[in-house]
Design a protein around this ligand. Structure first.
Ligand SMILES: [Zn+2]
Length: 338
């Protein structure tokens, strides 16, 4: 049975002939992930959804509704390495090898490739960094235990490794049925986050770099070699703002019809969070966890790491501006007004 797309998407699709959105459920608070099928040669899929039985069923059902099969996808372009976007890649590779004898071309930015080549190891490193951050942030023991319970198995079940991926860098381009897609590297949400831009159709597949009604967390990457994630992310917004009049097709939720305004709103939101964080600080020390509760409120366990990681970035930015001072006591960061 074919799902009736929402009106706004129907309107959009009239303008972008040859592109279909495939919505895949995820077990995360963000809800469905958007994958995009680009018809023509080579048959191209942008992102795959997570490896869950519901995700695979939805992908097969939606592809069948469009008269395609998993094994027919020739080119997979990945916006970034998070499990809700790459989890099913191995299934596509297996199916095409089984039917066709050769795998589809799987492309990802070179900075994000490790998660696909060695998924389990990558998850172990990621979770180790999360545990470290949770400890340093002063998350209460009972909440930390609640967060950790079953988390490793849960995350590991959501994806898998593939034997070979092809890596692209900034400014690479791909042939697709709607014209050339150009790579715009936008590190922040992950080190290799990428927008695929089609200048001919004035469309940007924006992954999780810019989302319509939720903020894209810029702080959860454990690769901190780029510096403060939020600072890197805000700089990356500049990389797509020249295409502010394009339509953005994001990794979650609805298309963004006014990208320029959305970028302005995102910038203002982060300025506001910084102001609020600065306003909380006094001479009595706060932990990063306490700051996260004051800024993000009564979030649940699934959002713990997002809230704490973002709060830690806020603290580091305030420190770099001499508005905050942090010290470590028994491994826990304590923050006061500078
Ligand atoms: Zn996502």
């Amino acid at each position: 049975m074919m799902r009736i797309p929402q009106l706004v998407f129907l309107l959009m699709m009239n303008r972008i002939d040859g592109v279909s959105r495939i919505e895949i459920p995820t077990p995360f608070p963000v809800g469905n992930v958007n994958c995009y099928l680009i018809e023509g040669s080579p048959l191209t899929l942008i992102d795959t959804g997570p490896k869950t039985s519901k995700g695979l069923e939805a992908m097969q059902r939606e592809l069948h509704a469009l008269s395609y099969d998993l094994s027919e996808i020739e080119q997979i372009l990945l916006t970034h390495n998070h499990m809700d976007h790459i989890g099913l890649v191995a299934q596509f590779v297996r199916e095409r090898v089984r039917i066709d004898g050769s795998p589809p071309e799987v492309w990802i930015h070179q900075r994000d490739a490790e998660a696909l080549l060695n998924y389990e190891r990558y998850m172990e490193l990621y979770l180790a960094s999360v545990v470290k951050l949770i400890g340093a942030s002063g998350v209460p023991k009972n909440e930390a235990l609640k967060f950790a319970r079953g988390r490793t198995e849960f995350f590991k079940s959501m994806g898998g490794s593939v034997p070979a991926v092809r890596c692209f860098e900034d400014k690479a381009s791909f042939k697709t049925g709607i014209g050339k897609l150009s790579v715009v590297w936008v590190p922040g949400h992950s080190p290799g986050s990428t927008c695929f831009v089609c200048d001919k159709q004035r469309v940007i597949f924006s992954g999780d770099h810019v989302l319509g009604d939720i903020s894209s967390n810029p702080s959860i990457s454990f690769d901190r070699s780029e510096g403060i994630g939020m600072v890197t992310y805000l700089a990356s917004l500049n990389r797509i703002s020249p295409r502010g009049s394009y339509v953005a097709l994001p990794g979650h939720r609805e298309p963004i019809l006014d990208l320029a305004s959305r970028i302005e709103v995102l910038r203002a939101d982060y300025d506001d969070k910084l102001r609020r964080a600065a306003g909380l600080l006094t001479s009595s020390p706060l932990t990063v966890y306490e700051i996260s509760r004051m800024i993000y409120g009564d979030y649940d366990m699934n959002s713990l790491i997002l809230a704490v990681a973002e709060s830690y970035d806020l603290v580091r930015i305030l420190e770099s501006r001499n508005q905050a001072k942090s010290t470590s006591h028994n491994g826990v960061i304590h923050v006061v007004k500078h």
